[in-house]
Design a protein around this ligand. Structure first.
Ligand code: FAD
Length: 695
């Protein structure tokens, strides 16, 4: 990109307005349940969450004639609307150049292991349609003069399947999908937080019957917490990822996800051991990923201690200025931390070094007005001529030959600077403070290739669903949300269960649910929102971040179990009515945290090694990262076990106990070919939806 892009074009891509919501439809009735005057809303299907995934599901259902409503904690909150990076990425089959091979793409998507092969293919083959339909709705993906989509390479992507509208791709996706949902008159209940899934039936006949929510708009004297009942036979959980799990986090504020909500309803979770961590600015300020051109401009990275002294700490890790600068650059497309990239002076040594600095109480900065300082003892200072070949070639092709990092950044991606300016941070003038943060949950609710969970009538899409394996190519999360939002809608529509509003009498189940909900909220409890939050977040960041070990995780699990036992015994305190909903969410988050630690403990105790987001440190470990001065014994880590790539860890709640098991990845037969006349009837009769077994 050249620097002469007019300001109004930059503004339109960084400052994205959202549509206004229409007035909400009122309840169809009210009922007195558990001493509360509860409004009752009825729908064929309730979508929980209005991020890119939930909106896609709602739009696709409505277009198929289903009766669907959206409930959302915050209409334009969540990661889709509020997160991004220098070029926020959408990963779809490469439509430029010579086209793509979906099977090869599926292999690349699941290459980190612990991913269902059929799911990877579903995401790959569905991606072209997702992209085309988003373009149809108005998503401004950049094209060449002949209509090919502009592409680049990103994390875990050898081919160049990434595309982007700029820093705010996912917000633009939310915008076009929300406009479509409003055009289709999908009822939208904002400031509405789902707090309990209601079910009826027992054993394998158990299925969704509705959902309890808390709504500010329904608070009144006879219903001080604003409890509302949504009666529906189908719910789609699209509540995003559990961003509040970690203290060190680049998620926007208030992302709780639905892992605890799902566990409580007997829904199985999978792959909770798998997350993504990387460098970014934290949610205490403006949470944003520092991938792509932010680091490809090669700014100087340094730390400052309590006395205000600067430390050129990366120089203790890399052997030469060239090696240091080239690895800072590589963080651009090797953004997530990956244990094996700590070896051989690779790019994840940058994350480890930053992690160590922050753990030692130092603040870490990126300065775009300084090139990397030289590594002492290496007589050669930084020069664009002295970079590793891949780095030099890239910068050369990009025309980024300016002397200063800020000018290289301005040249390659002026939007990246503009974006921070919107939040009153001028990276052209001041150094930018940042850290290694939690960014994404790859695991989540276990679903099949239609987005169905193990609970009949309950679907999950987007980050709520655990469809990713150990690694995922950058942009695959947004693609998966679109593909599975559509697949779930197709399945729900084919089932016929959401054609009209549910009519059943749910008062018994709802009354029991409200009683349980209220019993867990106790104003006299010693467990406050603040105490639960700081305990959970500190434990997760300190014991389940990028650097873990068996003992630390086991101890953290014992503490997490104790916290949940205390919550069960004493409830969660709240003051104002608005805090009650947070009380429920923190109770769910404490449970989700125990589930993540249980899965991690199970994995490590069964010989699990370092993969994806975490290095499992072990004095007996086979892998040893080196720094400039020699081996980093403290960070010696276990290798991944090959067999673990073929399976996934499943977690479910049984009474008060979390149960763990493993299951093999589902397969995909690459040699199977479809044949039109043979396979057409299965589509015409709906057999492809596998609607048996009451689902
Ligand atoms: C900094 C950052 C950069 C990223 N960059 C990329 C990228 O480049 N490419 C990529 O593919 N992915 C990226 N991701 C990940 C991606 O943004 C998310 O996975 C994706 O946006 C999730 O979409 P979603 O619709 O599932 O959830 P969200 O967009 O988080 O939406 C969740 C919705 O659910 C609502 N909600 C939550 N709980 C409840 C409840 N109990 N009741 C009612 N409503 C509820 C929220 O208000 C929100 O509306 C990034 C993430 C971060 C944090």
């Amino acid at each position: 990109m050249t620097t002469d892009v007019p300001q109004e074009i930059l503004d339109a891509l960084t400052d994205v307005d959202m549509p206004r919501l229409p007035p909400e439809a009122g309840p169809s009735a009210t009922a007195r349940l558990a001493g509360v005057e509860v409004p009752i809303y009825r729908a064929g299907s309730v979508v929980v969450g209005s991020g890119a995934a939930g909106l896609r599901a709602a739009v696709e259902m409505k277009r198929r004639g289903d009766d669907v409503v959206i409930v959302s904690q915050s209409a334009w909150g969540g990661t889709s609307a509020c997160s991004g990076s220098d070029k926020q990425t959408l990963h779809t089959a490469n439509t430029a150049d010579q086209g793509d091979n979906y099977k090869a793409m599926a292999r690349a998507i699941r290459s980190g292991g612990a991913m269902d092969e059929d799911t990877a293919y579903v995401e790959a083959v569905g991606s072209s349609r997702m992209m085309a339909s988003l373009q149809f709705l108005g998503l401004p993906l950049p094209q060449d003069p002949l209509g090919g989509t502009l592409r680049y390479q990103t994390d875990h992507d050898e081919v160049g399947r990434a595309t982007s509208c700029g820093p705010r791709t996912s917000r633009l996706m939310v915008k076009v999908l929300a406009e479509e949902a409003l055009r289709l008159d999908v009822p939208f209940y904002n400031q509405t937080t789902a707090v309990k899934i209601l079910t009826e039936g027992e054993g394998t006949d158990r299925r969704v019957a509705g959902i309890l929510a808390m709504r500010a708009a329904d608070r009144m004297e006879e219903n001080p917490l604003g409890i509302a009942l949504f009666v529906s036979n189908v719910i789609v959980l699209a509540a995003g990822g559990p961003g509040e799990l970690y203290r060190d986090s680049v998620y926007p504020n208030g992302c709780f996800g639905s892992l605890g909500l799902a566990l409580e309803a007997g829904v199985e979770l999978v792959n909770l051991t798998e997350s993504q961590f990387g460098i970014g600015t934290r949610r205490e300020g403006f949470p944003w990923n520092l991938s792509g051109t932010y680091v490809q401009a090669i700014p100087h990275i340094y730390s400052v201690d309590a006395e205000g002294t600067e430390h050129h700490f990366l120089a203790q890790y890399y052997r030469s200025t060239q090696e240091l600068a080239s690895n800072v650059f590589r963080k651009g497309y090797q953004w997530p931390f990956h244990a094996t990239r700590m070896l051989d002076f690779g790019s994840s040594l940058v994350d480890l070094a930053i992690h160590c600095e922050t753990a030692a109480g130092r603040r870490v900065f990126m300065d775009f007005n300084r090139n990397p300082l030289p590594v002492p003892g290496d007589d050669l200072p930084f020069s664009l001529e002295r970079l590793d070949e891949d780095v030099r070639l890239y910068l050369g092709k990009a025309g980024a030959d300016q002397d200063m990092p800020i000018d290289r950044l301005k040249h390659m991606n002026p939007l990246a600077i503009e974006l921070y300016r919107r939040y009153k941070i001028d990276i052209a003038a001041d150094p930018l403070e940042f850290a290694v943060n939690n960014q994404h949950m790859n695991g989540g609710i276990m679903v099949d290739t239609w987005g169905r969970s193990n609970l009949a009538g309950c679907y999950a899409v987007g980050e709520a669903a655990g469809t990713h394996g150990v690694t995922r190519p950058g942009g695959a999360a947004l693609n998966a949300g679109q593909v599975f939002g559509t697949r779930a809608a197709e399945h729900i529509s084919a089932s016929g269960r959401a054609k009209g509003a549910a009519t059943g009498d749910m008062s018994g189940v709802a009354e029991a649910g409200i009683t349980a909900l209220l019993a867990a909220l106790r104003s006299e409890s010693s467990l406050t929102l603040k105490s639960i939050r700081s305990e959970v977040q500190a434990r997760m960041s300190e014991k389940a971040g990028i650097i873990c070990d068996q003992e630390g995780v086991a101890r953290a699990l014992i503490e997490a179990r104790k916290l949940n036992a205390d919550i069960r015994a004493g409830g969660v305190a709240y003051g104002r009515a608005a805090e009650a909903v947070r009380g429920v969410q923190w109770r769910h988050m404490a449970l989700a945290s125990e589930a993540v630690l249980s899965a991690l403990d199970f994995f490590i105790r069964n010989g699990g090694g370092s993969r994806g987001a975490r290095a499992i440190c072990d004095v007996e470990g086979e892998s040893l990262p080196y720094a400039n001065a020699g081996p980093l014994e403290e960070y010696r880590f276990r290798k991944e076990r090959e067999a673990h790539r073929d399976e996934q860890i499943v977690v479910r709640l049984d009474g008060d106990e979390l149960r763990l098991s493993t299951r093999s990845n589902r397969n995909f037969d690459e040699s199977a070919r479809s044949f039109f006349e043979r396979d057409w009837p299965a589509w015409l009769t709906g057999r492809i939806y596998d609607l048996g077994a009451g689902k």
